[in-house]
Design a protein around this ligand. Structure first.
Ligand SMILES: N[C@@H](CCC(=O)N[C@@H](CS)C(=O)NCC(=O)O)C(=O)O
Length: 213
């Protein structure tokens, strides 16, 4: 099994987190987003979308973090996914939240502030105010999440699942995009619980959001 990944990519980090929680080893191929390697001919032959993460397992090629989480959690069990269809739908609701509200909110704010690019399909010189839009979505998603976590330990099913893994990275890294977590006490408590899970591995920026300047 081979994972195409980049250290500072939160979407790649989702997969690295699940692998760490499951205690599974996987070959890693680093795709350097800082030198545009995601658009090299070699990588585009793996993922024509030009994005990490991508997972290759024999003949199977998966090109999206949510798909990879479902595949690995479904195969390796451990309570991160479910065999029950209604429970699968409850988890998928949060995978979709991560791919929409989170990706176009706190993800984009972090990409623009810390890396200077929208990294969500828009060109680096896109004339619109990408950051202002991302902050509105980012703050709204944090408010939604904070209200949901009032009285809950985990996003769904009363246990940590891939729903939490999919939402965690960019929410916890929101301060890198200059979006403060301080108004969201329930989100902060959930982040602390998530970080205490056995096998947790960090990503740069969790404790030092200004490390990129
Ligand atoms: N829907 C995809 C999004 C993946 C994604 O946004 N990848 C970013 C890094 S975190 C990327 O590779 N961007 C490359 C670029 O913007 O050129 C997933 O969840 O895997």
């Amino acid at each position: 099994m081979k994972l195409y990944t980049y250290d500072e990519s939160g979407n790649s980090y989702k997969v690295r987190l699940l692998l760490a929680f499951l205690g599974i080893r996987c070959d890693e191929v680093v795709v350097d987003l800082m030198t545009d390697e995601q658009h090299s001919e070699a990588f585009l032959s793996v993922n024509p979308r030009g994005e990490v993460p991508a997972l290759v397992d024999g003949d199977l090629v998966l090109r999206d973090s949510a798909a990879i989480l479902v595949y690995l959690a479904g195969r390796h069990g451990g309570g991160w996914w479910s065999a029950d269809v209604a429970e699968q739908a409850a988890i998928t609701e949060w995978l979709a939240f991560a791919a929409s509200w989170v990706q176009y909110g706190v993800f984009t704010a972090r990409a623009k502030v810390a890396f200077g690019i929208p990294a969500n399909g828009l060109p680096a010189d896109f004339p619109g105010d990408v950051l202002a839009e991302a902050r509105i979505r980012g703050e709204k998603s944090l408010a939604i999440l904070d209200a949901h976590l009032d009285g809950r330990e985990w996003l769904t099913l009363g246990r940590p699942t891939i729903a939490d893994i999919a939402v965690f990275p960019y929410i916890a890294l929101a301060p890198m995009g200059h979006i403060a977590l301080t108004p969201y006490a329930h989100v902060q408590a959930w982040i602390a619980r998530f970080r205490a899970l056995p096998g947790f591995v960090p990503i740069a920026g969790l404790d030092d959001p200004r490390y990129r300047g």
